[in-house]
Design a protein around this ligand. Structure first.
Ligand code: SF4
Length: 463
């Protein structure tokens, strides 16, 4: 992959296309998407599907633990989290997590290899170091961790110091994901998340001194107050820090889902054209300095696992975004977490108080068993989102279909995108063009069987 071959120039994305494709639509961290999960479902049938995944030789596992606590709400936040909780609730929550783990391992064979652990939130480092140790040591006793397992967590730089990082290394964490968003003091003030750059730099330097180089930085473009000048400064500083991976997310303004975001409407929120210019600026700078573009919104240095996954076509996408090690069954533990095991999705209750009440019995509030048509479309959307390429004969063989007949209406709809230069349609493959990568959500929406029946208004904008 030659990064320079994918260089954007300001006129690469014509504003005619931005206007045309500026719609609401899913980010496809699952297919079918979460609004399709049913609150009326057959729990025993879902559990039976889970048991099936243990045999004949269960796939590896990916474990996600949700910590739904934060000190203060950032105004752009779209995650499920609660503020104002004290030590007692946190302690009770950790006990409830272990109870849910025990229940889960009554269904999923505990001997299955755990290949990936991710702690997200909320703020996992809201936990005091001794609580973090209790949680992780409990997980180590319960699951069969592979020696090569990736163990990652999200870190709010405001909530840790060097001692806490040392404790995380001792517990076995080997990938550290820092929520940075923007380094500009004015933007930080607008979004209610003030975190000095010097502190972030010092924390990363400490990790490096300890031999830890798998460091992610999350950034957001499209926040109120961002200008091309200010964002250029932020990106230059981030490049100087040299994380191995950067996630560059577009701000999703969905105040009907997250009402606290209304507070940002007092500032001017960047338009689609301004958003694309911010993204293009960051894109060019990252590619100039040796990062490769991965998927829709990630950048990585050549030795990062994400690049290896891209090359070996094992890049995947789940509720945390792009990740490595495709094909694992994902178990979500904790309030609001979602599991994706075999042909099922199951979502936990969001509210912490309810989660604590229900942990011993049943925390699922929504679930879905996928049909064979869902499984086919899930694979197709995953391939397009991760590889920007679809091998039609491989899909035909795997699912026993003829692509052209099965997807005749979709192919008809795609013709317009083909004319707009977003996708190449050939007898044996579909290929998303460099321009089409910026419209990948729109392209995948063509294959979403539920979208027309669903209200698109609930989703964020696709660009
Ligand atoms: S720290 Fe993260 S999860 Fe918590 S409010 Fe801020 S963005 Fe949301």
């Amino acid at each position: 992959m030659d990064p320079k071959s994918k260089r954007l120039s300001p006129d690469t994305v014509p504003s005619r296309l931005l206007k045309k494709y500026y719609k609401s639509g899913p980010r496809y961290t699952s297919y079918p998407t979460a609004p399709q999960f049913k609150s009326e479902f057959d729990r025993e049938a879902v559990l039976a599907e889970w048991r099936k995944t243990n045999l004949p030789q269960g796939k590896g596992l990916s474990l996600y633990i949700h910590i739904p606590f934060c000190g203060k709400r950032c105004l752009y936040c779209g995650c499920y989290t609660e503020t104002g909780h004290k030590k007692d609730t946190v302690k009770n929550y950790l006990e409830a997590l272990q109870i849910e783990v025990d229940r889960t391992l009554g269904v999923i064979d505990p001997k299955r290899s755990l290949e990936q652990l991710a702690l997200g939130g909320g703020t996992p480092t809201f936990l005091q170091p001794e609580f973090m140790a209790e949680l992780v040591n409990g997980l180590k006793k319960s699951f069969n961790f592979s020696s090569a397992a990736e163990r990652s967590l999200e870190i709010d730089p405001r909530s840790v110091n060097n001692d806490y990082l040392d404790a995380l290394i001792e517990l076995g964490f080997n990938r550290f994901s820092f929520g940075v968003q923007d380094l500009d003091p004015n933007v930080q003030k607008n979004v209610g998340r003030v975190q000095p750059e010097e502190k972030i730099v010092a924390l990363l330097e400490h990790l490096r001194k300890r031999g830890q180089n798998a460091i992610n930085i999350d950034l957001i473009y499209g926040l109120p107050g961002q200008t091309l000048e200010s964002y250029a400064v932020t990106i230059d500083k981030v490049i100087k820090i040299r994380p191995s991976r950067v996630a560059l997310f577009g701000y999703a303004h969905v105040p009907w889902v997250s009402p606290h975001q209304q507070a940002l409407e007092q500032y001017s929120i960047p338009t689609p054209e301004e958003r694309m210019a911010l993204f293009g600026l960051a894109y060019n700078k990252f590619l100039d300095r040796g990062y490769a573009h991965v998927g829709m919104d990630h950048f990585a240095l050549p030795d990062d696992e994400l690049i290896k996954a891209l090359k070996s076509r094992t890049l995947t996408r789940n509720f945390m975004g792009y990740t490595t090690r495709r094909g694992l069954d994902l178990i979500g533990i904790g309030a609001s977490s979602i599991s994706s095991v075999g042909a099922t999705y199951a979502q936990n209750v969001k509210d912490v108080a309810k989660y604590l009440e229900q942990a011993g019995t049943d925390t699922w509030v929504k679930a879905l068993i996928l049909t064979s048509e869902d499984l086919l479309r899930r694979e197709l959307i995953l391939d397009l989102f991760c590889n920007f390429y679809l091998d039609l004969s491989a899909l035909e063989q795997k699912f026993g279909i003829g692509f052209a007949e099965h997807f005749a209406p979709e192919l008809e709809k795609l013709k317009e995108m083909q004319q707009d230069g977003l996708i190449e349609i050939a007898p044996d493959h579909l290929r998303v063009t460099d321009l089409g990568r910026f419209f990948i959500r729109n392209i995948c929406m063509t294959f979403d069987q539920y979208l027309e029946a669903d209200s698109q208004a609930r989703y964020s904008k696709t660009l």
